[in-house]
Ligand binder design. Structure first.
Ligand code: MSP
Length: 641
């Protein structure tokens, strides 16, 4: 029986952080669980390396796209190795094997009559690599709120409109195609409104897979990226995927575009798409602009990967948003891992060592605990099948609690003093505790594999825990007379303050290391350099900053930096403005965009053209400039104060 599951392939414009780790850890957990159920599992992940966003990130780092993507893709691979995740296929979209698959999908769709040539003129969000069909110039992206850019180019179109009914039929026939239910409902509502055809190629960017026989086109990055799920297992008998695990913001691409492409190509569809929620940082969305992104490796170094896995899968209900904080992480570690599972392991094993010379005695075990164990095991298995990780963990901890209580009630330390008369009862208590610990450990192996392997070895098993199957979860499988392995504390108690300080210190080192990889200058220590002179409000009032709209934009002959714009700032005639932004913006992307102009700057001539003001953009030294813009609509001519 095969089981093929995937994570999204991650964009290489950012270095890996805890959000990427969240999905990949969940996928690794599912992989281990399916393997325990007897499946031959393949887990694929990879990196999404083409498109405008990456092209720009590479330029900002002063690297070619290929150099840049090589570095960041390797960083993702390294990350998964450090975290000990069982990645079976790591697919890069820049691999030759992948290009073949994308071109094949295109040919099939073309051959079946679902592709035609057209022109797209409208808005595009580079951050989401999303066509925003119904937006007007200057409108923000409905997904991320960032300003959209105007694109006007020849494209190949995919007849998405032909798939409205077919998709609705699919969702109806397979109600669990999209999970959770709330996401399914969102998709249903979206598709019911009607689908417009979708551009699947671009001619104004170069960094992509060429369209066969028409090489001025490269594939639209989502047509390219989604196909990774097939190229990762090309030549194997793995497709269709059993599960695409994704974050909730990319449901539309997976639940609408992807099945439509595959239907058009006459290829089998994935069986399920599960969208989990967002990991927030202390209730705020993690984002580069807020600067509140947390990385996984400092946590791995201080508390171990299992502490992170436990926190993410216990604290956050899978499918809903959840919050990360260092306090809560260390709190959970101490209360549940050190005091819970860790304590059950150490007291059980220590008693066997002390009272039975390190050999687990044989007994049938306590019948009540045996029954609870069987009941709880069934609940955990069902929860894992439904990807209800927090419920699964809660249930395992209820078994840990029951056994703890049992040990206290039976007081084996008293029985040990009772000599031969109590020997059988002591055997029963020790066996019961050990057998419960064995079952708990096996149940936790998919979620907390490193620690489970350690406790498994301490229980005296010599075959790896990875080979445990669900049939082994039955009460009584632990044979008696098994000698324990060497004992050691698996979850030493963490000092809250010291461990948080250590993680935060490592975090800032990791940020600096990743920034260097991304070709960024280290973040300035303070927003304003300490030496910059102060001004009064009156000084500031002298600068007349106005909102304007770009009417036209053109390259300037002989300059690869300058663009010549005409900007309407609400005056009788538009301003002629020269701007050094050609490295960052194509002229056509600026038309219709609202910008900020310094309106009372003395005019000056650049390359013989008068510049009647200055456009406001942000950048660190050496970086590509980013134009100042607004999320809400703002009238032309409005003054910035
Ligand atoms: N490249 C596309 C996906 C193409 S799949 C064919 C992409 N990449 S991404 O780098 O932006 O990664 C998005 C995914 O990373 C999310 O869908 C989710 O799996 C994971 N996450 C990134 N940040 C996250 C949080 N803050 N919280 C939860 N998951 C997060 O989109």
């Amino acid at each position: 029986m095969k089981y093929y599951l995937t994570t999204p392939i991650y964009y290489v414009n950012a270095a890996p952080h805890i959000g990427h780790a969240y999905t990949t850890i969940a996928a690794d957990t599912i992989k281990r669980w399916k393997r325990m159920q007897g499946y031959d599992v393949v887990l694929a992940t990879g990196t999404d390396e083409h498109g405008q966003k990456i092209e720009r990130a590479a330029a900002a780092a002063g690297k070619t796209p290929q150099e840049f993507t090589d570095i960041i893709s390797a960083e993702f691979q390294r990350q998964w190795e450090i975290l000990g995740l069982g990645i079976d296929r790591f697919q890069r979209t820049t691999a030759a094997k992948h290009a073949v698959q994308v071109q094949d999908l295109f040919h099939r769709c073309l051959h079946n009559g679902y592709i035609y040539k057209g022109n797209y003129s409208g808005q595009y969000c580079v951050f989401d690599e999303l066509y925003v069909n119904d937006a007007k110039p200057g409108d923000p992206c409905p997904e991320c709120g960032r300003p959209t850019e105007t694109v006007s180019e020849e494209n190949y179109y995919f007849k998405l409109s032909a798939f409205q009914q077919k998709l609705l039929d699919l969702y109806e026939k397979q109600p669990d195609f999209i999970l959770p239910e709330s996401k399914r409902n969102e998709v249903l509502a979206f598709v019911k409104k009607g689908l417009s055809d979708l551009s699947i190629s671009r001619t104004t960017i170069k960094w992509g897979i060429p369209v066969p026989n028409d090489e001025k086109h490269v594939f639209y990055v989502w047509f390219d990226a989604l196909t990774t799920y097939m190229s990762a297992v090309a030549g194997e008998d793995m497709w269709p995927a059993d599960l695409h695990l994704i974050g909730k913001e990319i449901v539309r691409f997976h639940a609408i575009y992807w099945p439509a492409f595959l239907m058009a190509a006459g290829m089998p569809l994935p069986k399920r798409i599960f969208a989990h929620g967002w990991l927030l940082f202390e209730n705020d969305k993690m984002s580069k602009s807020r600067g509140n992104i947390v990385r996984a490796t400092p946590i791995h170094k201080v508390l171990g990967t299992d502490a992170l896995r436990y926190f993410l899968l216990r604290e956050v209900v899978f499918g809903q948003d959840g919050s990360f904080s260092y306090d809560a992480l260390v709190g959970r570690y101490n209360s549940d891992l050190a005091n819970g599972w860790g304590n059950l392991a150490s007291r059980t094993l220590a008693m066997i060592k002390q009272y039975r010379a390190g050999v687990i005695p044989r007994s049938d075990g306590d019948q009540q605990i045996a029954q609870s164990s069987q009941e709880i095991t069934a609940i955990v298995m069902e929860s894992l099948d439904r990807l209800e990780f927090s419920k699964a963990l809660e249930s395992v901890w209820s078994l840990i609690g029951a056994v703890d209580k049992y040990i206290v009630e039976q007081a084996p330390w008293k029985l040990a003093k009772g000599g031969d008369a109590e020997a059988e009862r002591l055997d029963e208590v020790l066996y019961t505790s050990a057998e419960a610990l064995r079952i708990v450990t096996a149940l936790l192996a998919p979620i907390l594999p490193e620690s489970a392997a350690k406790i498994w070895a301490q229980l005296g098993f010599t075959t790896p825990i990875d080979l445990v199957k669900t049939a082994d979860l039955h009460w009584g499988r632990l044979r008696g007379n098994q000698a324990l392995g060497g004992l050691a504390t698996v979850f030493p108690r963490a000092d809250v303050k010291a461990s948080i300080e250590k993680m935060m210190d490592l975090e800032s080192k990791e940020v600096a290391r990743q920034s260097e990889l991304l070709g960024k200058k280290p973040e300035p220590a303070a927003a304003v350099a300490p030496g910059s002179p102060q001004i009064t409000i009156d000084d500031f009032g002298k600068v007349d900053l106005r909102v304007g709209i770009v009417l036209d934009a053109a390259a300037v002959k002989g300059s690869d930096k300058l663009l010549h714009l005409h900007v309407d700032i609400g005056e009788p005639a538009p301003r002629s403005i020269m701007a050094g932004i050609a490295g960052a913006y194509k002229p056509e992307a600026l038309v219709g965009r609202k910008v900020v102009i310094v309106a009372n700057l003395a005019p000056r001539k650049l390359r013989g053209i008068e510049s009647q003001g200055m456009i406001v953009a942000a950048s660190r030294e050496g970086d590509v400039p980013v134009l100042a813009s607004f999320l809400e609509d703002v009238p032309i001519g409005a003054r910035l104060k």
